[in-house]
Each structure stands twice: as C-alpha cells, then as structure tokens.
Design a protein around this ligand. Structure first.
Ligand SMILES: [Zn+2]
Length: 307
C-alpha cells in the first residue's frame, strides 16, 4: 500500500526504529527494494533522485512504483530525494505519484531556504504530500548533489529548532558528519553524536540521515575482484548507524551500497558467463545481491517486521 512519509515516520518514532530509504532508477532496482520489504515485512521508502528522473522519467518510475506499492502488503512511501530544482519539486507534488518530497535548499542562504521550504510545504500539504528539508550541508558527491568538504557544515541545533518551527516540515535531514558517495572518509567515520542528541532534544520532527551507506566488505571485495576500482571506498560503520538510530534518527538513506551490490552482481556474472547476452540473465544476480543488501539494512535499522 502507498502511504505518506509522515505516517511511516510517526510509527517509527513510537517504535524507536528507523525506516530505510532506497534509491531506485529502473525496474530491477525497484523490484530489489520491494522484494526485500516483502521478505522482511518492513515499511519502506522508495526514492528517486533528480538524476533518476532524468534517466528514466518521473511518470515511468511513478507508475512502476505505484503498481508495486498497490500489490504489496508493506507500507511504501514514494519519495523525491534531494529536490533542488523547485520547479521539479512542484511538478512532483502535483504529479500525484509522490507521497513525499525532499526540498534541498541547504545550499541557499538561510532565510531563502526557510522561505522556499515554507512555500513548498504549503503546496505539498494541500495535496497530502509530506516534506523533508535539509539544514547544514552534507559533504560528498552523488548524482546532482556535490558539496566540497570545505563547504560542508554541520547542522546547528538551535537553528534546526527554529527552521522546523518556521517551515512546518515533516522531517529534517541533518549533517552530523556523514558524506554522500562511495568515498566518504579517509579514516574511520566519526559522527557527531553529541550534536545529534542535542538536535533530537530540540527538534519536534523525525530526523533523517543521508550519506549513510556502509560499503559492506564482502560486496566491495566482489566488486574489486572483478575489476571495479573502488578499493578506497569507505562507509559508515553499522555500529555508528545503530547508535544514530538509538539517538533519534528515523529515516536512513542508502544509495551507494545498492550501486555497489548491483555492480558486483553484474561484474561477477559477466566474468563467469561470458557466453550469455540476455539482459534478463545478466541483471538477475545483480537484483538478488541488491535485495540481500536492502534486507541487511532493514534488520540493522530495526524496521524489519514492522510492516
Ligand atoms: Zn542525500
């Protein structure tokens, strides 16, 4: 069934767990995420970035997800990830496909971020669409989002409280030291848990963690074994994610780990079966590996069994 982000996060808050938000770009990635939700009986956020929309089309991804959600017994949120282009965010709200959108005004001057977010919230709530916004800037590169390390800054707790109050958003993405993309850290990840604790105390809406992929060792090993050059990739440890959920994170975005899994599946298959040219055969192991990674995330976040 298709539901709003605010309903799923309200339940997560009561149960003190987090819901996974997974980026999809095509039929196979959507199938992977939905299969994992079914297997784990978990609520799930299926999300599309601006890049995914450019790649596959808003209507195409919207219709596929709606069909999958209607057939599923799990609550499915269809969410726009990192909407930076306000015209696109408005289009997503009015499309009837999305039950949630993220407006990312984190690169705007503060007052402009407040004003634009507030305007988006008004439009969205009139259509029963939830809104996630971002304060602070998360480092790293992913799709159309690129923030240099020197431009990244962590979320200020007092400003976050004011931002939520003034905009009326349903969820807030915060910067506490995570990073987008596969090459997150030079050393071990170090999240600012004291800051997270303070934000949880002050802010009234559920909090969202971006740039939180873990780069699982086994998947990375399979990738690199078959030629992928991501030896230096490093993610956020499972224990850090668990701690963040314990301190009030209620939605965790995962994209990089899914990309790595898909890549690993394809590379291994093409190496092992050089005689096969059927795209269905080539994509099947990639889809299965991605489902495995999504299931692991759902268990880690505590949303498994909560559908
Ligand atoms: Zn993000």
């Amino acid at each position: 069934m298709l539901v709003t982000l605010s309903s799923v996060l309200a339940k997560a808050r009561r149960g003190r767990y987090a819901v996974g938000a997974f980026n999809i770009n095509n039929l196979e990635t959507l199938q992977s995420v939905i299969a994992a939700a079914e297997a784990e009986r978990a609520p799930v956020v299926v999300q599309t970035s601006e890049g995914a929309i450019e790649y596959a089309g808003m209507e195409e991804l919207g219709l596929l997800t709606h069909l999958a959600a209607l057939r599923s017994r799990c609550p499915v949120v269809f969410h726009l990830d990192h909407g930076k282009n306000t015209d696109l965010v408005v289009k997503a709200i009015q499309s009837g496909y999305y039950t949630s959108v993220m407006f990312d005004g984190s690169s705007l001057p503060y007052e402009e971020n407040v004003a634009t977010t507030k305007r988006i919230v008004k439009l969205a709530h009139a259509k029963r669409v939830s809104v996630e916004a971002e304060l602070g800037a998360i480092a790293g590169i992913e799709d159309f989002v690129s923030v240099e390390e020197r431009d990244a800054h962590l979320t200020d707790p007092t400003q976050a409280k004011e931002f939520v109050k003034r905009t009326g958003i349903d969820a807030l993405a915060i910067a506490i030291g995570t990073s987008h993309g596969a090459f997150k850290f030079k050393h071990e990840s170090r999240l600012d848990f004291a800051r997270l604790k303070k934000i949880t105390e002050l802010v009234s809406v559920p909090l969202v963690l971006h740039g939180a992929s873990g780069v699982p060792a086994a998947i990375k090993a399979q990738c690199t074994k078959y030629g992928c050059e991501i030896a230096a990739a490093k993610g956020v440890s499972d224990s850090s994610i668990k701690k963040a959920v314990g301190l009030g994170i209620r939605k965790v975005n995962v994209d990089t780990d899914l990309r790595i899994a898909f890549d690993a599946g394809i590379r291994k298959f093409l190496h092992d079966k050089p005689g096969v040219i059927d795209p269905r055969e080539i994509l099947k192991p990639a889809r299965e590996l991605m489902t495995k990674v999504v299931r692991q995330k759902m268990k880690l976040l505590g949303c498994a069994g909560k559908a």
